[in-house]
Design a protein around this ligand. Structure first.
Ligand SMILES: [Mg+2]
Length: 331
């Protein structure tokens, strides 16, 4: 009997994406991603990463770095008792700078090559499998392979939808909600659409140990270049279902918190202004004038005119300084 799998995008689905990740030190798990993988494995799914890594073709990511990055990913997941069965990645891009990887590949999402290869090599039933990702290329690949699809639509980094991009079967806001959707869909009995109520079982917060699967492999670049030679029958995509209208309060609150933090950071940066700098300089000049006035006063040859002039300058500088401070405070 074939296995079923959850195909997972990598960047901004399992690990945070600051741009092109080209070293193991940059690998940081998306919050709740590891726990989500633990839950998905409990549901009987194999967990397979399918990731476009055009940075290799573009010369941004070194070939050897990709292995280190994925080793780090596995290590971080293992700390939470989460494991991947295999990682597929596509190093190709038609506009790549590295000639070896410059080509249009069937493995590059939105094409379903990686999913079809996994199905063939790991005996995966695509009709019983899911594709979860944060981009429409993930959804297109999943649908083309005949999987059900879940789009992670973050409020912080919403995916860009282009004309012709297929709609996902479900939209969620994070991996935790994606797990809830999968869990709900595979456990409920078939019912008329109007009877399909949305229920979101809670994910236990404490991680429970799950034995590591015997097979944890990573497709190497050399293997990745061997594209499938047999045509695989693609099953028709299931009909689109309405997006999940779930309670998103928790995520919205998290987003608001992030926005407030960002706003706070901006304010901290704006603390340093030209007005404050000028006020500081004038304050120093004012003090300097006072020192000069005292020096003239104590000097045997000092003249009263010079003392009064220095004090006059000090008072003027001080008044301007105070004015600038008040203006800055009221801004
Ligand atoms: Mg992604």
């Amino acid at each position: 009997m074939p296995d079923k799998a959850i195909f997972l995008d990598r960047d901004d689905t399992i690990i945070e994406d600051p741009g092109y990740i080209n070293s193991a030190e940059q690998v940081k798990l998306v919050p709740a991603a590891a726990q989500a993988l633990v839950e998905l494995r409990k549901l009987g799914f194999k967990l397979i990463v399918v990731s476009n890594q055009s940075g290799i073709a573009r010369g941004i990511i070194q070939e050897q770095a990709i292995g280190q990055i994925h080793d780090r990913l596995k290590q971080l997941l293992a700390e939470h008792n989460a494991y991947l069965d295999r990682i597929y990645f596509c190093p190709f891009h038609p506009d790549g700078a590295v000639q070896k990887f410059r080509k249009d590949s069937d493995w590059r999402k939105p094409k379903p090559g990686m999913l079809l290869a996994a199905s063939k090599e790991m005996k995966i039933s695509l009709a019983d499998s899911w594709m979860i990702g944060n981009g429409y290329a993930d959804i297109a690949a999943g649908k083309a392979a005949g999987c059900r699809t879940v789009l992670i639509k973050s409020n912080i980094k919403p995916p860009e939808k282009k004309p012709g991009d297929p709609d996902p079967n479900f939209e969620v806001i994070n991996m935790r909600e994606a797990v809830n959707v999968v869990k709900r869909e595979i456990t409920r009995k078939p019912a008329p659409p109007q009877m399909q109520t949305i229920q979101q079982p809670e994910i236990p917060q404490s991680p429970s140990p799950v034995p590591a699967p015997a097979l944890q492999e990573q497709i190497t670049i050399d293997e990745a270049q061997q594209e499938p030679d047999n045509e695989i029958q693609i099953e028709p995509s299931p009909p689109a279902e309405p997006p999940v209208a779930s309670n998103r309060t928790e995520q919205l609150l998290e987003d608001i918190k992030l926005l407030l933090k960002s706003h706070q950071r901006n304010e901290q940066f704006s603390e340093f202004s030209a007005m404050k700098l000028l006020a500081g300089v004038l304050q120093v000049l004012s003090l300097f004038c006072i020192v000069v006035a005292v020096w003239y006063k104590l000097s045997p040859t000092g003249k009263d005119d010079a003392v009064f002039s220095a004090i006059g300058f000090a008072v003027v500088f001080q008044l301007i300084t105070l004015t600038l401070y008040i203006m800055h405070r009221d801004k």
